[in-house]
Design a binder for this molecule. Structure first.
Ligand SMILES: N[C@@H](CCC(=O)N[C@@H](CS)C(=O)NCC(=O)O)C(=O)O
Length: 215
């Protein structure tokens, strides 16, 4: 029995971030689906794993964590010797990686998540996409991706020459947006486009995509 447990949904971007990290590290884990439709995440026993009532929640033995990016950092540090290296050890490289993890969380994710919701998820739930929200956030995402284009013209990955958590954290929103009209924002920037293609083809990420297809 795996000691690592992930409570979540295969359609949740933060949960997919954690699955991607576990697959990169070649770690076995137990996936425990949370039925958000019935509000399982807002009741005990889930609230004792995450008092904010959000997925994913994570357990490794007696350690309980929430917040997807904190979970991936724990996994990458704690299982450093397993699977693919996802963090830099040199302090300057580590600092650059941290910068780009922060950029993902505070610049990329807020706009990309709004577009994912409007363009990829609302149609699945039979809800109507709000064109004004899409227009506003596509303009914002374009500006963010201009900065990425300049960065990725200098280095293959965001933190430098190697794939790290800074890249991995982007994958769920990229996956969703590549199936929407917002794909054009990535495709029109050659370095961003090459980076998306490269990180989306990683075997660990393809395993996450397969977890979703099996549902
Ligand atoms: N910052 C959190 C975000 C988690 C989050 O927003 N999860 C969503 C599902 S994708 C959720 O549980 N939403 C229900 C709610 O907020 O009540 C993380 O990265 O883990």
């Amino acid at each position: 029995m795996a000691t690592i447990k992930v409570h979540g949904s295969v359609f949740s971007s933060p949960a997919m971030r954690v699955f991607a990290c576990l697959h990169e590290k070649d770690l076995e884990f137990e996936f425990i689906p949370v039925d958000m439709g019935t509000g399982q995440h807002k009741k005990e026993p889930f609230l004792s794993l995450n008092p904010f009532g959000q997925i994913p929640a994570f357990e490794d033995g007696d350690l309980k964590l929430f917040e997807s990016r904190a979970i991936t950092q724990y996994i990458a540090h704690s299982y450093a010797e397993k699977g693919n290296q996802l963090i830099c050890h040199d302090p300057k490289k580590m600092a650059i990686m941290s910068v780009w993890m922060e950029v993902e969380a505070h610049q990329f994710d807020p706009v990309a998540s709004k577009l994912t919701w409007e363009l990829a998820l609302k149609p699945v739930f039979g809800m109507v996409t709000d064109g004004a929200v899409v227009e506003e956030n596509e303009a914002k995402l374009g500006k963010v991706l201009d900065v990425y284009e300049a960065r990725l013209a200098q280095s293959k990955y965001l933190a430098g020459d190697c794939f790290t958590l800074a890249d991995l954290h982007h994958l769920p929103n990229i996956q969703y947006l590549m199936g929407t009209q917002s794909k054009k924002l990535f495709d029109s920037r050659p370095h961003v486009s090459a980076w998306c293609a490269d990180i989306s083809a990683r075997p660990a990420w393809l395993k996450v995509v397969a977890m979703r297809s099996n549902k």
